[in-house]
Design a binder for this molecule. Structure first.
Ligand SMILES: Cc1cc2nc3c(=O)[nH]c(=O)nc-3n(C[C@H](O)[C@H](O)[C@H](O)COP(=O)(O)OP(=O)(O)OC[C@H]3O[C@@H](n4cnc5c(N)ncnc54)[C@H](O)[C@@H]3O)c2cc1C
Ligand code: SF4
Length: 544
């Protein structure tokens, strides 16, 4: 074997279990709501807040429920984050910027091109200018938004993962949650709980990146996109430092190979509390590339070594980002009884590394369309119209080919992206065609295998999982679905893909340490399928 095409070893999406007729046997309780929102991220919570406000202003009673798989709000939230406050201002017109849950305004910024020992300061590209934006922690933002939603009477159910879409004919009727308390073989234990059915007039899928139910709905309803969605994996550490940092930093180049797309971010939440992350497109070509290991290597660069010297890594986490942009958006993000919000729809602008304001605004627009739908039967397609007429579609259209140009490598991509910036997106005429990440062939190159041994001061994957706060029950059944008989070369590839050390290549092929999983979803993009597991499993992020 000299190359791997991951799609050849990836089981199909298990549509037969993901789409379930409403009323099917097996549920414990059944709850009826007006609107059900799956995912308490910025998209889902902004939707809940706007909807509750519209109902209140109209004197209407709306029963709104938000389901979240994390045990507590924000525990599965991870971002950079530099936040554009635009959606906050619209959602809370009576509040000032200083009332929002941000840590500090962006005061200064710098972009560097790195080689192993040196750095060159580059002029900040317009898409990466952050003047007027704020540095924050998505965990804190989500907890704050959650409190606002609850104050308006929204029911937030944490520790409840939605596992299946309930449907009636071609319409979405709600979701069935994952059961809890199963043993390793998937059998119920005495203290366990059966799944619950939550049915609603409208279900908003705001599950974030690589949303399982959003994928299932698009496949089931055959909703295409011009390009397949593509993803990047971001691995992030939070450091308490001895040296203060006074600016937002982005880096390009080393330690990434030139045929991989990505870069790092270094954001000071406080002068001595620094968020540091590396984001790499999952269409990289070397089967041995390992984003977690590359982040450890990045920390050896003089720029970061000086900043982190004497400091302590206090939190670690990982998550994927939908990177396809405009051409990867589903043709429609609404259907009978359903809307798709935020990352689950793909509303991320990669050149600026921004998704939070688009997620929140998509939630606001969805709320307006849902409210009219419930009040006077207006079609949910109004949501698509509002998004398409908004700055969400405008911004994504302007940068539509920028990320895609990097499929040809860093240098060629850089030149093309610069031309796109100068021409306001008009160069090139037309669209770059993309393959799904799993379709991209990976070369097996034994000489290029980055291992943890190369990073003496680095963090091992085992320590990293500990720092994510993950305390998933060891006796939980595996929620990951691999292909049968995975060759050892592919198992090794999975071991590099997963930042949390879930996969190990062993003599017989693949070993899966499922409880380590932090739900970053990279596996679902390139390897075994991810499915929701017992509520409250996974990381417990505090300030990510
Ligand atoms: C490393 C990294 C850096 C980033 N930096 C920035 C930045 O600096 N600025 C910026 O604006 N954006 C940034 N982004 C993007 C931004 O974080 C996302 O676009 C944004 O969080 C999307 O919001 P969302 O509500 O759609 O999804 P999410 O924030 O992912 O929220 C989805 C929620 O749904 C829950 N969920 C998922 N599945 C289920 C289920 N089946 N049942 C119940 N609950 C479920 C999840 O646990 C989660 O809480 C970054 C992303 C990453 C990964
Ligand atoms: S198993 Fe998959 S989803 Fe879980 S941490 Fe590893 S790569 Fe991420």
């Amino acid at each position: 074997m000299d190359k791997i095409v991951p799609a050849q070893y990836q089981p199909p999406l298990p549509l037969d279990t993901l789409i379930l007729q409403d009323g099917a046997e097996g549920a414990g309780d059944r709850m009826e709501l007006d609107v059900l929102i799956v995912g308490a991220g910025p998209a889902g919570l902004a939707c809940a807040i706007e909807l509750a406000r519209l109902a209140k202003a109209d004197g209407a009673e709306l029963n709104i429920g938000v389901l979240e798989k994390a045990e507590a709000l924000g525990e599965h939230s991870l971002s950079g984050a530099v936040v554009n406050p635009r959606a906050f201002r619209e959602l809370f017109p009576d509040l000032k910027d200083s009332d929002f849950p941000f840590r500090a305004p962006v005061a200064k910024e710098a972009v560097y091109l790195l080689t192993a020992e040196r750095r060159w300061r580059l002029p900040t590209p317009p898409s990466m200018r952050n003047h007027g934006n704020y540095i924050g922690s998505l965990c804190e933002v989500v907890r704050w938004l959650g409190a606002k939603a609850e104050a308006l009477g929204v029911n937030v159910f944490t520790g409840f993962p939605a596992a299946q879409l309930l449907v009636r004919d071609a319409a979405v009727a709600g979701v069935r949650t994952a059961p809890a308390g199963l043993d390793r073989d998937g059998k119920p234990t005495p203290g366990g709980t059966a799944p619950n059915d939550l049915v609603a007039k409208v279900t908003a899928l705001a599950e974030g990146t690589r949303g399982l139910l959003a994928q299932a709905w698009c496949q089931w309803q055959r909703v295409p996109s011009e390009n397949p969605q593509i993803f990047a994996l971001g691995v992030k550490e939070l450091w308490e430092t001895k040296q203060p940092l006074d600016r937002v930093i982005h880096t390009l180049g080393w330690p990434l190979p030139s045929d991989a797309f990505g870069g790092s971010f270094v954001y000071p939440l406080e002068p001595n509390l620094v968020a540091l992350g590396l984001v790499v497109g999952l269409d990289y070509r070397d089967a041995a590339l390992d984003v977690h290991v590359l982040l450890q290597r990045l920390k050896q660069h003089p720029l970061l070594r000086a900043l982190l010297a004497g400091g302590e890594m206090v939190e670690w986490g990982a998550k994927t980002i939908p990177e396809g942009g405009f051409y990867s958006l589903p043709e429609r993000r609404s259907g009978a009884g359903v809307v798709l919000l935020g990352d689950a729809a793909g509303f991320v602008d990669v050149p600026s590394l921004k998704g939070i304001q688009y997620a929140m605004h998509s939630g606001i627009y969805a709320a307006r369309a849902i409210f009219q739908n419930l009040k006077n039967g207006a079609a949910l397609a109004e949501y698509d119209r509002l998004v398409d007429a908004s700055y969400i579609a405008g911004d994504l259209y302007r940068t539509r080919n920028m990320r895609l140009a990097f499929r040809d490598g860093f240098y060629l991509g850089g030149i093309q992206a610069a031309l796109m910036t100068v021409t306001g997106g008009r160069f090139p005429n037309g669209k770059y065609r993309m393959h799904a990440d799993a379709e991209v062939a990976r070369r097996l190159s034994p000489g290029l295998r980055p291992g943890s041994a190369e990073t003496p001061d680095g963090v091992s994957k085992v320590d990293a999982v500990f720092k994510s706060g993950n305390s998933t029950r060891d006796t939980i059944p595996s929620h990951l679905i691999p292909a049968k008989d995975v060759p050892v070369e592919v198992a090794r590839f999975y071991a590099h893909v997963c930042p949390a050390g879930v996969y190990e290549a062993i003599d017989g092929g693949l070993r899966i340490n499922a409880p380590n999983c932090v739900d970053c979803k990279a596996t679902d993009v390139l390897g075994p399928r991810w499915t929701p597991r017992e509520g409250g499993s996974g990381p417990k992020y505090k300030r990510m």
